[in-house]
Write a protein that binds this ligand. Sequence first.
Ligand code: ARG
Length: 460
Amino acid sequence: AEKKMWGGRFAEGTAASMEAYSESVSFDWQLYAEDIRGSQAHARVLAKQGFLTEEEAKRICDGLDMVKAEIEAGDFVWKTEMEDVHMNIESRLTDIIGPLGGKLHTARSRNDQVALDFRLHVAARLEAWREYLLSLIKVYLARAEEHRDTLLPGCTHFQPAQPVSLAHHLLAYCQMFKRDFERVTDCLKRVRVMPLGAAALAGTTHPVNPRAVADDLGVDEIFANSMDAVSDRDFVLEAVFAGSLVMTHLSRMCEEVIIWANPNFGYVKLPDQYSTGSSIMPQKKNPDSCEIMRGKTGRVVGSLMSLLVVLKGLPMTYNRDLQEDKEPFFDVDKTVSASLGIMAGLLEQLEFVPEKMLATVEKGFLNATELADYLAAKGIPFREAHHITGAAVAHAETKGVGLEGLALEELQKFSADIGEDVFNVLDYRACVRRRTSPGSTGPESVEGQISALNQWLEAV
Ligand code: ARG
């Protein structure tokens, strides 16, 4: 076996099984660009601090550029015996530039190095999530603007409750994804902390300058406590939680699309590009994209749990358990990024069927609340108005008509306070139009929501 970088005190090599068990290069190689960026900043600052000459720092930085080029050309040989991305790169650097490569690791431990690499990586991915979220919100907004006048049965308990505009329903998702965007943005503040200079755990006697490294890397904050710097993984946990919530929101939408696409609802027609067929039933068009997304949500939430459990019993400071932080995040990132894109594509092409929505609005007594409110406005206590309306609903149901299908005289049997004007109130479009309370499904509120979101999009 190749000699380990830390092998000075070891007489025997590592068992092959242990080597395979403990390596992380098979997945953390993905951090190569961040690792090299961090090392170059470290070298430049070591020079600034007088620890390396400018010439030495330049040779290190140039050597690292060559390593990067090799990796990107596919010429780099990743070695399991070198454990991880950090030692693979440093060892190759030393091959290229000689013993000077060994100076790079002065005043630095892999514990702060891995924290830096991972922070830079998570920050870049969260930036990408922000963009995907904005794109999705824009699609929701565009579809909402098309469907201001489309009526949909608003549900509670998944039972038809009151008519709402489809715009209002879609705008509810805009709020969820807007919060997700804000959550990711807020999380970034805590991801962008520069841990280099913690030097394993206790700080160092070398004249490091973490502030200068942070400036070089364009990172705002530096660590306040070296022990925390190497053992804090809150930033990953928060990112994975934010991703779990994104997936949870997406999964709710998936569930709705799946239901809406069932011909018994028929509220939507699935776009071919995001659906699949059945190998046996020729008539089928299945919402597989939504089912897969709903399924993958479980997997993302699983990663959140796995990270929480990894962290829960760790004594200070760095423990090798922390190596288990990367795969869950990589997996979550892959899923969140792809899912946000798929949902945006699907929603863009989803065909809504307003007639089908309207037909169910008109079937389920969705204007019953209007009648109760109408009576309450005439001075009848709401509880009593509710009761009167319930009796009218039961009567209409036996006749197989809606409340608006009863004659005025029939309605008046339930309350003498009912007048001709009741029919304006029972009109399904009026149910939406007459809602003027803030944030309601009423047209003024919906217009306000749309313009507020557009303004927000322009400002972010
Ligand atoms: N591969 C390790 C990880 O992901 C890097 C840090 C290892 N540090 C150490 N002292 N063994 O956490």
